[in-house]
Design a protein around this ligand. Sequence first.
Ligand code: C2E
Ligand code: MG
Ligand code: MG
Length: 586
Amino acid sequence: MTLTPPPGTMDAPLLGLDNLSRDALLMVLLQSTEAMLVSDGDNRIVAINPAFCQLTGYTPEEIIGKNPRMFSSGRVAPSVHEAFWLALQNEGRWQGEMLDRRKDGSLYPIWLGVSVLRDPTGKIKNHIARFTDLGERNEARNQLAHLAYHDPLTHLPNRLAFESQFQQSIHSCERDARQVALMLIDLDQFKKVNDTLGHHVGDELLKSVALRLRDCVRASDIVARLGGDEFVVVLPDIESALMVASIAGKVQRSLADTSHNIGTHALYATPSIGISLFPSDGRDTETLLRNADAAMYHAKNAGRNNYQFYAASMNEAAGERLFMENALRQAVSSITPDNSQFSLHFQPQISLASGEIVGLEALARWTHPELGEIPPARFIPIAEETGLIQPLGDWVFWETCRNTRAFRDAGLTGFRLAVNISAQQLRHENLPFTVHGALACYDLLPSDIELEITESTAMQNPDLTISILNHFADMGIVLAIDDFGTGYSSLAYLKHLPIHRLKLDRSFVKDLETDANDAAICSATVALGHNLGLELVAEGVETTAQRDYLAKLGCDIMQGFLYSKPLPAARIVDFLLAYPSPSALN
Ligand code: C2E
Ligand code: MG
Ligand code: MG
């Protein structure tokens, strides 16, 4: 058989194609690892080869006579299809990347080449397509890229990847005028581990350190290994240097506090951490790295196992935070039944309808032997961040119950004691035991107590929150949402919470008479609460004008300096005893 190559194709005699028999040509088609498809002038499939069936999952019976359009993924831009048909029309061939769909529905990228075969009149007789699966090639390429950008030991991004990711962080934070923190972490005395226990143990320690570092920060933060025992952590979009200090403290504790168990060795890896901030300590990778490095050496000189900021002023602020944290830790751990730096103050809540005191809110106070009174706004957030709120919150609950018993024994009744519960406490398995235990111990009823949770706490983790709150509501404990209006409540969700009261946040009450927006929020909140069958408590009522305004809106309960500041136990007893009976008020 003599083969006449179609016009515009390769020079067949030169390649020896004219020496081929039809059978030999068929063998080429059958054995080719490239998938091949031939369609007629109307683009109906007339032949395919085995490689085609293997790649697409179709049998010949399922596709002969059909249009190759059936393999289309529908994900290729119309302009590519247009270019494809134009090239076939004008040049008789096209090649490029396409995305096709297999019989099982999966998509796969292909490298496709199509040529046309025309009859002597120039009419298209056949389209001949051949293609290869690019998926495998892409996978190999991805693997290569992974190797190029990752440290093979810890699988963390390497220096190259860090530099490009850090650059991107800086760009996006610069655009939005945000800060970025760069933490350079060097393990203390790591060389000794390598020298005395061998490189294998050293490698395992680095892997363990990498895992702990990754666990300390959010998924969107960068953790990379620059080489040796040097790691970096990048925190984009930080709010304050104190927040960085608290994460550095967490990194330090996570690496150093518990041993890394490697084979039979229990190793402790303390870090020295240097921190530089974008933009105040530098605006580019090189400067920020250099300054973090200088801070890291400062940390080494300061005795290792600590962190230092590049800017001295930051170290002062961080030192103060660390001092507070340690003082709080010390104060919480030294609480005894008759000696505590903490105490409770109580603030009355008054019913507008009856004029009676219907509640007392218990508020924690901390008096440090040297620093004096530290307001809850300063120590509660630190207690929450460090987990100290757990023991402190337990103490507040027990102490509230102890005082309630004393009030009852003094004949003071008719009001509940409200206790603030933070998010961590609410979700801790211990809380129901504390509540049951303290009520039983002081012979109190669940109706003697009210729990206040802030709006943002209530909105986190809805399913869990509902089930925990249901438990307390079923016991007969009144539940209130505190600081209402400061979070982002889903009203649909609020309906499902077993709550009894909303406490309108002080910030709205403050400017009620002067700020139309605040007045509108108060009015809408009161209406919303009443529609949901809830009682409304206004916080921070300081003036009679505010009281009158809130009364007009239909608010039920008032709490604020107008009635009384939070008072220590002895003084609240005097206040309660001196409080005129409602009949005397009318
Ligand atoms: P909160 O639960 O919203 O408590 C009300 C705060 O408003 C108290 O501040 C109270 O002193 C203050 N306040 C009440 N009436 C007025 C007023 O008329 N004017 C002004 N300017 N302020 C008023 P405090 O005692 O400083 O407590 C602040 C926050 O600290 C509390 O807000 C609560 O979120 C938290 N907190 C206090 N004690 C505890 C506690 O034992 N556990 C927990 N988790 N948080 C607590
Ligand atoms: Mg409260
Ligand atoms: Mg409040």
